[in-house]
Design a protein around this ligand. Structure first.
Ligand code: SF4
Length: 298
């Protein structure tokens, strides 16, 4: 026990805040995604591509003006949590608060419940189920806050997810080919223009997680490694040169950004994963400071 151990009241407050976070994420597009969509529309020269991008802008404007969801698909609730080592949080109680908040948002708003059992297809009508919401934990040294990022992951884009154990001899060239084939082969299914999350290295499970983690980065923010950022640019150019375009109907922008995350891997492995995020690249961030102050943003 430390002096700053969270009180029971704080978990209740966080559960309420998680409910607000989920609804806000479904209604309010992050500014970086808005900017990327606006720039894509401004530079689009293909008539159909421009029409689609203009319709997307209208969709966002109507959601803003009428306080509506950006898309009907409430997605699978996926949370990424960063726990500062001096935060004083109990992860079991925080996980419970996140589950409560997810249920509360779904039932009281109300939201469509998109989560079912894969065996019985029974829907609990609250966007939770066995092992869902999906929660990923990271423990961070020298911090005293807790950050919770939600990604309501739409199914059209999540269905377009790919993983391959390439050979080390395939090298980075093989990785580029796999990413390009995956994104272009998905056509209009993931609702382009998309953000492409790429995981490279690690074990198979870590590689998939890295691809998902890559999509929560603000749109177009490069990887801090110049080498990896160069790969992101190269992939973005190659994907957009395909001409697939918005909603797969032709145009200059198939992807708004490519984000790569990587990890060390085994000498005899070369894993690569692709997780695609649709144009409705919704996310929200809850920050709980050490003094209990809570903010909701992106
Ligand atoms: S993929 Fe995204 S934009 Fe398309 S229907 Fe699903 S949530 Fe909506």
């Amino acid at each position: 026990m430390t002096n700053n151990t969270w009180s029971t009241d704080r978990y209740d407050t966080v559960a309420d805040a998680i409910a607000k976070l989920y609804v806000k994420a479904l209604k309010d597009m992050p500014p970086d995604v808005r900017d990327a969509l606006t720039k894509a529309e401004q530079r689009e020269t293909v008539k159909m591509g421009r029409t689609v991008l203009s319709t997307i802008q209208q969709n966002i404007a109507v959601a803003d003006q009428q306080n509506l969801l950006i898309c009907q698909d409430t997605g699978t609730p996926v949370y990424f949590i960063e726990v500062g080592e001096r935060s004083g949080v109990n992860p079991v109680q925080l996980e419970r608060a996140i589950r409560h908040g997810t249920v509360q948002a779904t039932v009281t708003h109300p939201l469509r419940s998109s989560v079912v059992s894969p065996i019985t297809r029974i829907n609990n009508q609250n966007n939770t189920g066995y092992r869902v919401p999906v929660i990923h934990w990271e423990f961070v040294p020298d911090r005293d806050d807790v950050q919770v990022v939600i990604v309501p992951k739409g199914s059209g884009s999540e269905n377009m997810t790919y993983f391959r154990m390439l050979l080390p001899a395939d090298g980075v060239q093989g990785i580029k080919r796999f990413v390009l084939d995956s994104v272009v082969g998905s056509g209009g299914n993931p609702c382009p223009p998309v953000i492409v999350g790429v995981g490279i290295g690690g074990s198979s499970d870590l590689c998939m997680l890295l691809a998902k983690k890559a999509i929560i980065r603000p749109c177009g923010q490069p990887n801090p490694s110049p080498e990896v950022a160069g790969l992101e640019n190269e992939l973005l150019e190659a994907i957009n040169a395909s001409g697939l375009g918005p909603m797969g109907l032709g145009g200059l922008t198939t992807a708004l950004a490519v984000h790569v995350e990587y990890a060390a891997t085994h000498i005899s492995q070369n894993p690569v994963a692709v997780n695609i995020q649709c144009w409705a690249a919704r996310r929200g961030r809850l920050t709980v400071k050490n003094d209990g102050d809570i903010t909701i943003g992106f």
